[in-house]
Design a protein around this ligand. Structure first.
Ligand code: DP6
Length: 356
């Protein structure tokens, strides 16, 4: 958009639904402008998603981004403040058009409020996709090509690091690593082609142990890595685990995959426990679930594994082939440890979708 005549854009609207993702190798520690201290890999989820619609109108003369925001039909001042800051930070370098338009952003989540899984990954990636789509429309470009998703991933990352991995189907890698030569610290890359088919239909049942707000935000958690005495060893460990995991993902080695998934979850929590100040993010019931998962695997021989994000909820990962037996186990033995018996059943998904 180069001059004011071209600015005569009609009122218009776009919408994207973008999923959450579950990291197998965790991003924990960052530097510079939202760049990761180590490479990470995640599965894209199917059911846990944010739907975001962005309407834009011409006629903003303030010279800076202007927006209104509603979440599930209601104003949300806390997220609006984060949004304003984010839009200001990306306007100059990524979307100069934001100076000339007013946005109305309307978002909703597919998962319930009280599930304790506030997903900045789905929210930020849905917004980034909308902004890139608007830019395309303003420039008369209709293509959702590789560079569209690359830019969406960069912008998502600036909103929330893990969000950059949500824009691709099945699996994504973020951060430089020798096992993924195209990978970058600036954006995630799609990694479906390095994924054995058995993982493409993997399940991830999210066992809600607590619906409380996190006791420490991810941003503050990343910050604590700066003075963590084990940080250097951790980044080296993540690099090695990425290499081992990439081979397991490629070859369909479910046992090798599960071992690393669990080690990564426990490492993440151990890092929080030995930060200053320290945080214990698991609850008694998280631990009870973890122990039961391990015991069930040992007794049944069924490859079922756990992972966690920076909170008490437990993700139970397993191949589709064992769906019946594992869900019976989850409902009989694990549900009693869940907050109000809440379980969000999810699985690996095909990535974001344009909905408007
Ligand atoms: C534990 O992406 O939420 O889920 O970049 O500060 O927004 P910010 O952090 P965020 O951190 C996610 C951390 C994690 C692991 C992961 O998803 O890789």
């Amino acid at each position: 958009m180069s001059n004011s005549t071209e600015m005569e854009i009609k009122n218009n609207k776009v919408g994207w639904e973008s999923p959450s993702n579950i990291a197998i190798i965790k991003y924990w520690g960052k530097y510079g402008n939202q760049l990761p201290q180590n490479a990470s890999v995640s599965f894209t989820l199917k059911n846990a998603a944010t739907r975001t619609f962005v309407e834009w109108r011409n006629g903003n003369t303030t010279g800076k981004p202007e927006c209104t925001f509603s979440f599930e039909g209601k104003e949300n001042p806390a997220f609006k403040a984060r949004l304003d800051k984010f839009l200001n930070s990306i306007c100059h370098d990524f979307f100069p058009f934001l100076q000339h338009v007013t946005l109305h952003i309307d978002s909703s989540n597919s998962f319930p409020h009280s599930s304790g899984i506030a997903s900045s990954a789905s929210a930020m990636s849905a917004l980034a996709l909308c902004l890139c789509d608007i830019e395309n429309q303003i420039n008369g470009v209709g293509d959702f090509n590789e560079s569209f998703y690359k830019k969406s991933s960069i912008v998502s990352r600036l909103g929330s690091g893990s969000a950059c991995r949500s824009v691709y189907p099945y699996m994504a890698v973020w951060g430089k690593h020798q096992s993924y030569p195209d990978a970058s610290d600036e954006y995630a890359i799609p990694a479906e082609s390095s994924m054995h088919p058995v993982f493409k239909s993997f399940h991830d049942d999210i066992l809600i142990v607590s619906a409380d707000q996190k006791s420490v935000s991810s941003s503050a958690g990343h910050g604590l890595m700066e003075n963590n005495p084990f940080a250097k060893a951790r980044y080296l460990q993540a690099e090695n685990r990425m290499r081992v995991l990439s081979e397991a993902l490629n070859s369909g080695d479910i046992g090798g995959f599960g071992k690393i998934a669990e080690e990564e979850a426990l490492t993440l929590h151990a890092l929080m426990m030995c930060s200053d100040p320290s945080y214990i993010l698991m609850e008694e019931n998280s631990l009870a679930i973890i122990k039961k998962v391990k015991q069930f695997r040992q007794d049944s021989g069924i490859p079922v594994y756990f992972t966690l994000d920076a909170g008490p909820n437990v993700h139970v990962l397993y191949p589709d082939e064992f769906e019946k037996k594992v869900s019976a186990f989850i409902y009989e033995e694990l549900k009693p440890f869940c907050y109000q018996g809440k379980i969000l059943r999810d699985e690996v998904g095909k990535g974001p979708q344009k909905i408007c």
